[in-house]
Design a protein around this ligand. Structure first.
Ligand code: WTA
Length: 568
């Protein structure tokens, strides 16, 4: 089935021709640095518009249950300049890691931009992280400063973080304490102008921690040069045009919330909606109708939950402002695309990318036919292929490794303090290996098939089984644990843990709940297993590695395959 084109109103008017002739260099003339040689992505996203006479245009429309605020591009410039000054006064310099652990409030965005403007590396942390998750990230990155609030600070084990010298609190501190600062007081002391730190295009700007199937989360480093891709994908995939009011529902603790919740909209000079608080179908529809959102970027899990909330609800709201809808993060079910067409009278455009890729690489464009279930076609300037395990390109319809020809502007440039991990992505010369499997059809559309590793995608959030297993075995009752993703109609996958108990512990529902809460309070709510099954013994290789593949086969009632490496 194909869903025909909905609008011709787009800059990418002829995909085939553009894909054949596009050169990233063409994009550079948009940016000030193409004339001045002075590079800084935050400057290009905010200040450039002020200098081009658009300072009074709305940049941020923020609301939550208690606050409703709007900021123009000029105000965003001034606030981020002030925050840059705050950091400089404290002694932060180029290359330092400064983390933000805050709900998505305006202070998050002022801080983020301020960090980037002085050439430091911004580390956004998801608000739901608990103690272990926060400590791992601050420790690995050797963060020197943190912007947070009093409530979240309780989850920061400052005594275990020798590098962390400065804590800036948006609602504190209650008494004077060395190394602690009050956000607003420091802002008030700071000028609204700033000497921007001019960077090399290849200088680090952002660190996002993400999960693999082994080891702790890894710090993916992005550089200022990513602006080229942020801008152009914003234009051609998000279809951002002058006058747009855009809403990206992702939290800036995840890459979608920075690349497409901060950079792409502001580089394109549109109004960016940020809605605080938790997901609720009513609240979301209200956010769209109240702000007259024109472009809406969300995730399959959210669309599935909206679908579950029913068609009736949709008719209670005026969603007629919406021109363009997009989805990322996990497979978008054809059923959801068809439902979207029915209730929103709009196509939901799936697109594919990863934390490591920094920006969209494969997409369904507004002016192209959609095949529901497909991620679309490579962005102009991007060469995607399906490779076999020897690195040979496969013909259409053969499933293999989804790979991208290196480099592209927003590609990660390193993994923090872990060059070996970085190299693992580039095992075939000239290619980035995504870890996803897919096939390409004869029309050049790509179809997602799965992960080659054990990484779990639950509600669009990437969770490494190893992190969860490590936390589980810290519980006194747990001898061994194996964690898998179990298919789920709404969340894509849920986390299921198989657990062997230590001697003296008896399986019970209470114990399950206790273990679940142990992970929830240690790591994060989304990392806690929704299902736990006790087993006398877990399948292991002779070298003692838990065979998640066998656990998965048990779960799905599939053949377990080759068991020759199993211990007995
Ligand atoms: C998955 C999120 C199917 C994929 C931007 C990828 C998808 C991982 C899609 C990256 C899609 C992302 N269809 N699966 N359209 N988009 N994924 O790093 O497995 O949080 O490798 O980045 O999500 O997740 P990450």
């Amino acid at each position: 089935m194909r869903i025909p084109v909905q609008t011709k109103q787009n800059n990418l008017s002829n995909y085939e021709e553009m894909a054949a002739n596009f050169d990233w260099k063409e994009v550079e003339s948009v940016f000030t640095w193409s004339k001045t040689g002075k590079v800084n992505e935050a400057y290009e996203a905010i200040d450039r518009h002020v200098h081009e006479g658009k300072g009074d245009q709305l940049a941020l429309l923020y609301s939550d249950a208690n606050r409703e605020e709007r900021y123009t591009y000029r105000q965003m410039m001034e606030k981020s300049n002030q925050f840059g000054s705050v950091l400089r006064r404290i002694g932060i310099t180029k290359g330092d890691r400064v983390f933000i652990f805050l709900p998505r409030t305006p202070e998050f965005y002022f801080s983020f931009l301020g960090i980037v403007k002085i050439g430091a590396i911004a580390g956004p942390l998801f608000e739901a992280f608990m103690e272990d998750a926060v400590r791992d990230r601050l420790d690995n990155s050797e963060a020197i400063a943190l912007v947070t609030n009093k409530e979240l600070l309780k989850r920061v084990q400052t005594d275990q973080l020798p590098h962390l010298k400065h804590i800036i609190l948006v609602d504190g501190p209650d008494e004077e304490r060395e190394g602690y600062y009050n956000f607003q007081e420091e802002m008030d002391k700071s000028p609204t102008t700033l000497d921007i730190e001019w960077m090399d295009r290849e200088d680090p700007m952002l660190i996002h921690y993400t999960s693999g199937s082994t080891g702790k989360p890894k710090g993916v480093i992005h550089v200022h040069n990513a602006m080229i891709q942020h801008y152009q994908t914003g234009k051609w995939v998000l279809d951002l045009q002058e006058g747009d009011t855009y809403w990206c529902t992702a939290d800036p603790g995840w890459v979608t919330g920075t690349s497409y919740g901060i950079f792409a909209p502001w580089l394109n000079g549109v109004t960016n909606v940020v809605r605080g608080g938790r997901f609720s179908p009513d609240d979301w529809y209200q956010t769209i109708s109240k702000n007259k959102v024109t472009v809406w970027y969300s995730a399959p899990t959210s669309f599935r939950m909206l679908m579950a909330a029913g068609d009736e609800l949709v008719s209670k709201y005026d969603l007629s402002s919406v021109r363009h809808i997009l989805s990322v993060g996990e497979p978008l079910n054809p059923e959801v695309v068809r439902w979207g067409l029915k209730v929103y009278q709009k196509r939901i455009h799936d697109n594919w990318w990863m934390t490591e890729t920094g920006g969209i690489l494969i997409a369904n464009y507004p002016q192209m036919e959609i095949k529901p279930g497909s991620m679309g076609k490579p962005f102009p300037g991007i060469q995607a292929a399906i490779l076999d395990d020897e690195g040979n390109e496969l013909p259409p319809y053969q499933m293999g490794n989804l790979a991208i020809k290196t480099p592209w502007p927003s590609m990660m440039r390193s993994i923090w303090k872990n060059p070996e991990k970085y190299r693992e992505y580039f095992s075939f010369t000239g290619w980035y290996i995504s870890g996803d499997t897919a096939y390409r059809d004869e029309d050049g559309y790509f179809w997602f098939q799965g992960r080659i590793d054990d990484v779990i995608n639950t509600s669009g959030e990437r969770v490494g089984p190893f992190e969860v297993e490590s936390k589980l075995v810290e519980h006194p009752a747990v001898a061994e644990a194996g964690v898998i993703g179990k298919p789920d109609p709404v969340r894509g996958q849920i986390i299921k843990a198989f657990i062997a108990l230590r001697d003296g512990y008896k399986p019970s529902d209470e114990l399950k709940e206790e273990i679940r809460l142990f992970v929830r309070h240690g790591l994060a709510a989304h990392a806690a297993p929704r299902e736990i099954e006790f087993k006398d013994k877990l399948p292991k290789t002779r070298s003692g590695k838990i065979m998640r593949r066998v656990l998965k086969a048990w779960e799905l009632g599939l053949p377990t395959g080759d068991l020759s490496t199993m211990e007995d």
